[in-house]
Every structure is written in structure tokens, then in C-alpha cells.
Design a protein around this ligand. Sequence first.
Ligand SMILES: [Zn+2]
Length: 206
Amino acid sequence: MQKLDEKSCELQDVKSQTQTLFKIDENSGRAQSIKFVASPNCDSREAGVLPELIVVHGISLPPNQFGGEAINQLFTNQLDPKADPYFEKIKEMKVSAHALIRRDGEVIQYVPFHDRAWHAGLSEFKGRSRCNDFSIGIEMEGSDQTCYTAYQYAALAQLVKSLWVAYPSLKRHQVVGHNEIAPGRKTDPGPYFQWGSLNRLLEKNS
Ligand SMILES: [Zn+2]
């Protein structure tokens, strides 16, 4: 695959219009107006442990193919191993994320935000291991070989800001890539993810 110039993934026009935040119901832990597909791959956080960190991931299934139902199927343990050779390798994985942002900016939620999704695996943040315990995981549909879309950055910023409001335990600007908490093991969201663009969107008032 042709290698991209990282600069070509920078957002040309970081939209300045204000976006309505998602309303997150504190009892259900679900964002209103977002499609919810329940994943069984989750459990409760330990008593007294609150989300402090947001982890950004990248995922595409099959790798480098976008669209389709495979991510939903993976997170609901319904992946058909015969549908693609790659699925055979991952069919036993019990994984999830709290939310997925598709290429067109659509957000799908899988796990209540106050519960523990199984997204980070073996991981460590500032000396603290088991990042699933105290984080919220957001998948961006994409890969290490492509730019993410402007729609995705806008939706990600909107979701992160909504979570900051709903969960005051989340530390502002404590948003990291999966690669940062599992170095050597994970590379997502990949070299073309534009942290500068995300941070500019997060700094805008909403
Ligand atoms: Zn990841």
C-alpha cells in the first residue's frame, strides 16, 4: 500500500461551528440519540473506580476495509469465521469498546460508559496497569495506512466533550492512543491520526 504523507492527513478546515453535546443518561450510561448495540464483552468497574482516561483506537474489519457489519459482529461475538480468512484468527476474541465512530461520523455505542469495556488489553498508563478498569475506549474506523475523516474528528471531539461533562472523574485532556498504553504491542490509532486536529477541536467552546 502506498505510504501517505502524514501532513496530508491534517484537517484543512477545523470547523468552528458549535456542536450540540450528546446527552448521556447517568443511570443507563447510554448516550441518547446514539445507536446502541449491546456487547456482552463487558463487566462492572470495581467499586469506587471511576473513568479517568479516554483511549482512542483504530479498527477495520477485514483490515483496511471500511463499512459492513464485521465490527458490530466482533463486539457481539457473532463474527462468521468463514466470511474472511482474518476472522478465523480473531473469532475467539472477547472484545468490545464503549463506542465506534464510523467513517461518516456515525457513532455506535456498545457498552454503558460507566461499565468496563474490554478494549485495552495488557496496558499501562502513568504506572497504572489494566487500563480497562479506569478508561473509556473509543474506536475510530480506520487503519494505520489511511487518514481518518473530518466527520470522525468532529464526532470524536463531540463525544469526548460530552463524556467530560457526564463524567467529571475524566481528567481533561487525558486522551491517549492505544499505542501509548500498550507500546510494542499496539500501533493504533496509527501514525496518521492527527492529535493536533483533535486537540484544536477539543479546545473550542461548545
Ligand atoms: Zn486498539
